[in-house]
Design a protein around this ligand. Structure first.
Ligand SMILES: Nc1ncnc2c1ncn2[C@@H]1O[C@H](COP(=O)(O)OP(=O)(O)OP(=O)(O)O)[C@@H](O)[C@H]1O
Length: 404
């Protein structure tokens, strides 16, 4: 157990660290590389900053091995013990990595680690926060990885938040900050609380978001949330219309604030614990393309309209098209163009005379929903409805269903 006043060199030093979704137990610490035993599955370099008065030397090193390097804060029964720069990706048995990383000296302390079960508490040292001191963010479990980074559950200012950790934000920072600066708030849009740069890791940025406990709409679709199990190929129209209306209302708001989503699809719609839909990741893919103009290089192919694929043209109509694809996915209970190759999807979108390739609704779908979906997915973007029109049509359909 690490306690204040105890040397870090002892062989019975135990610390539980949590890195992403894994737990790591430090089995032993050693002050020289030669003492390492390489029988363990994993080991990591630790650099320890010893508390004042503790015998031994401690220097502060800054290095990243394998790209992933972060600080952890150890807390014992008597409060914070120390901060550790933790590097979980040292190659097994390879002691040349320090030189390869351009380090002038070897770290003072090394530790053997092996995976432990989540929640293990060893010798009264519970712990761990991942780089958690900056901006008062206390990191929890990893929720998943997306195209732009890794998302963690976290606590921030007494709020339950999600933190999107972007390893290399580069030029995307400016457009992201511009969107955040608009202070967008709507019941069907995920609120962005803050944008922070990690002072301990160059280029890394964190986007602090409202936490949505219900997972993504894609997960709900795959889990059959909209399916009517009593009918082959059937779906629950009330659920589809309610969710579609919420998405359309969120999009109406974003467009009214001149924010294009550019990558609207079911994985970018999140659900609250009550199942209410919230739009997420708006403007992000565009920010990462470093574009103020339209470009064909972002978005999700299945949800991209023909003019974006063909001419790289982006507009509010492109988001409306993506919404039409979502309507198909909600009613069919699966991803659009499931099982098709990218070139087949492009062909289906660009060939106006190939009706058999078109996305279609299940037989028996309410005519108003079919006509709305088709209108949204018109080839000519100028003929597509705007989101205020989509909202009005869905509201009317909702009322019709409720009264029938
Ligand atoms: N605000 C949030 N609240 C709760 N979970 C979230 C939040 N934002 C993202 N997640 C979850 O974190 C994971 C990664 O999300 P992320 O947005 O980075 O990628 P994605 O949308 O799944 O994929 P892509 O970035 O390719 O569109 C997903 O499982 C997502 O549901």
């Amino acid at each position: 157990m690490i306690m204040q006043g105890q040397s870090m060199n002892s062989q019975d030093t135990y610390v539980l660290c949590r890195a992403e979704q894994r737990c790591w137990t430090v089995l032993a610490c050693s002050d020289v590389l030669g003492k390492l035993q390489h029988g363990q599955d994993l080991f990591a370099a630790l650099e320890l900053e010893l508390p004042a008065g503790v015998p031994g030397e401690a220097d502060m090193y800054t290095y990243a091995l394998g790209g992933e390097c972060f600080d952890v804060v150890l807390r014992g029964q008597h409060g914070e013990l120390k901060r550790i720069r933790f590097t979980p990706t040292v190659p097994k048995g390879d002691t040349s990595f320090f030189a390869q990383q351009g380090l002038r000296e070897q770290p003072t302390y090394l530790a053997l680690v092996q995976e432990a079960s989540r929640g293990d508490v060893l010798s009264g040292v519970t712990i761990i926060e991942r780089t958690g001191q900056h901006a008062g963010v206390v990191f929890g479990d990893m929720l998943g990885r997306g195209s732009f980074g890794t998302v963690y559950e976290a606590q921030w200012q007494n709020r339950h938040v999600a933190v999107k950790v972007i390893p290399n934000v580069a030029e995307a920072a400016e457009p992201i900050e511009a969107i955040i600066g608009k202070e967008l708030r709507h019941p069907h849009v995920v609120e962005t609380y803050s944008f922070e740069r990690n002072p301990n890791k160059r280029g890394e940025a964190w986007i602090l978001l409202e936490f949505c406990a219900g997972g993504s709409l894609l997960q709900a679709v795959r889990q059959g949330h909209f399916k009517d199990v009593s009918r082959e190929g059937g779906f629950i129209i009330e659920r589809v219309v309610v969710t579609a209306l919420q998405i359309a209302q969120g999009m109406e708001y974003l467009h009214s604030r001149d924010v294009l989503h550019s990558d609207l699809n079911c994985s970018n719609v999140l659900l609250t614990s009550e199942g209410s839909a919230k739009i997420s990741d708006f403007g992000l893919s565009r920010a990462f393309c470093g574009q103020t103009q339209a470009t064909e290089t972002f978005g999700t192919l299945s949800h991209a309209p023909p003019e974006l694929i063909g001419k790289g043209k982006l507009s509010k109509g492109a988001d409306v098209y993506a919404f039409g694809v979502i309507l198909v996915e909600l009613t069919r209970g699966e991803r659009a163009y499931q099982g098709m190759q990218q070139y087949q999807i492009m062909y289906a979108k660009l060939c106006t005379d190939m009706d058999s390739y078109r996305l279609s609704f299940p037989d028996g779908t309410h005519e108003s929903l079919v006509s709305l979906g088709r209108a949204c997915m018109q080839q000519d973007h100028k003929l597509r409805p705007s989101f205020p029109e989509v909202v009005a049509r869905l509201q009317a359909l909702k009322n019709t269903i409720a009264s029938s």
